[in-house]
Design a protein around this ligand. Structure first.
Ligand code: PLP
Ligand code: COI
Length: 339
């Protein structure tokens, strides 16, 4: 048995027992195989290494009070990986293969699934990349799909406490007609300058504005942005924002709670008017934003005057986690019990 301090887990990689691998060769996918190795044997000319032909997903498995193991909207992750694959001309992973590999990875590492009540979960990382050799810039003929898992705690060290965010303007995560709306590794490489700049200023994540006008809010690092005012949940529509499954779910829950939902471009000039703002995603869950520092003009926006998340963000957070851990009824059919 492992000796894990479940309540104090960081969001990071931890070695588990096994991972799952599937290979696309000669026009078909192989059955999922288990491996105990943490390493891959990759061709030196693989397109995934040279030309960024690569996409990934981020999901979690949650252990309920009843002991059941739950996945949240896994079909949305499968669909998004297919969309990412299509976007950069990779072979798609069929949904039935996707879920088979995910279930296998969770079951084979079940002792790493954090107990109920610890605030931790089992992060699941499906990854697809071009593993066939090419030297010219073209799609590979062979692909590898792997799934590994790692027990994780909160993405932001603050947990569900207000985080600090820095507006960065001298780098772009994604172009309007680029790959921002799919989950490919290149977007994250492009985000690293902003991430490091934010860290240098004592902030947890960068806020990206739209690349064209630097006027509209795009995303908060690896999470979507939302703001709440006048009983309305407002979140950006933009061709360079990753469509977050968490955000999509929060919009439904916001309506359930009686809020109006407005998906539209959000001008940074509007920031001042929000009563609550936050970042949301699988890893981030909801991270309430307490301070936004605009690096270009030294301007500070402050939220969370009492030093804690606002009332609507708290309600949404409790509702979402309640469903994910099985404490709240799954009225929208989002949960799959896998063991
Ligand atoms: N935005 C970006 C850039 C992300 O990497 C993620 C994480 O997947 C999200 C938003 C949140 O998406 P989801 O809620 O589907 O995890
Ligand atoms: C997620 O929220 O699952 C992410 O993928 C965020 C990140 C660690 C890239």
């Amino acid at each position: 048995m492992n000796n894990i301090d479940w309540g104090n887990l960081p969001f990071g990689y931890q070695k588990t027992l096994k991972n799952v691998r599937c290979y696309f060769k000669n026009g078909e996918w192989s059955q999922p195989e288990l491996s105990e190795s943490e390493h891959l044997n990759v061709h030196i000319a693989a397109t995934g290494l040279h030309y960024g032909q690569q996409a990934f997903e981020g999901m979690k498995a949650y252990r309920g009070k009843d002991g059941d193991v739950r996945l949240f909207r896994w079909d949305e992750n499968a669909k998004r990986l297919q969309k990412s694959a299509k976007g950069i001309y990779m072979q798609e992973v069929p949904s039935d293969l996707f879920i088979e590999a995910v279930k296998l990875a969770v079951k084979e590492n079940i002792e790493f699934l954090p107990p109920y009540g610890t605030g931790a979960s089992l992060y699941i990382r499906p990854l697809l990349f071009g593993s066939g050799a090419e030297v010219g810039v073209k799609p590979a003929k062979e692909y590898t799909f792997i799934v590994f898992v790692s027990p994780v705690g909160p993405y932001f060290k603050e947990g569900f406490n207000p985080v600090k965010i820095a507006v960065v303007r001298d780098s772009d995560r994604a172009a309007p007609l680029g790959t921002g709306a799919i989950k490919v590794g290149g977007n994250y490489a492009a985000s690293l300058r902003g991430v490091m700049q934010a860290h240098d200023h004592g902030c947890g994540s960068p806020m990206y504005l739209d690349a064209k006008e630097k006027r509209y809010i795009d995303e908060i690092g690896a999470a979507n942005f939302f703001g709440i005012k006048n009983n309305t949940y407002i979140t950006p529509s933009s061709s360079s924002v990753l469509p977050s499954i968490t955000n999509k779910s929060l919009q439904v829950l916001a309506k359930d709670l009686g809020l109006t939902v407005d998906v539209r471009p959000v001008d940074i000039a509007e920031l001042d008017s929000f009563e609550e703002v936050g970042a949301c995603g699988t890893a981030a869950i909801i991270a309430p934003i307490g301070e936004i520092l605009d690096l270009d003009n030294d301007r500070k926006y402050n939220f969370c005057p009492e030093g804690k998340a606002g009332a609507w963000s708290t309600k949404l957070y409790n509702k979402l986690l309640g469903i994910q851990y099985g404490d709240e009824p799954d009225t929208h059919g989002w949960i799959t019990v896998i063991g």
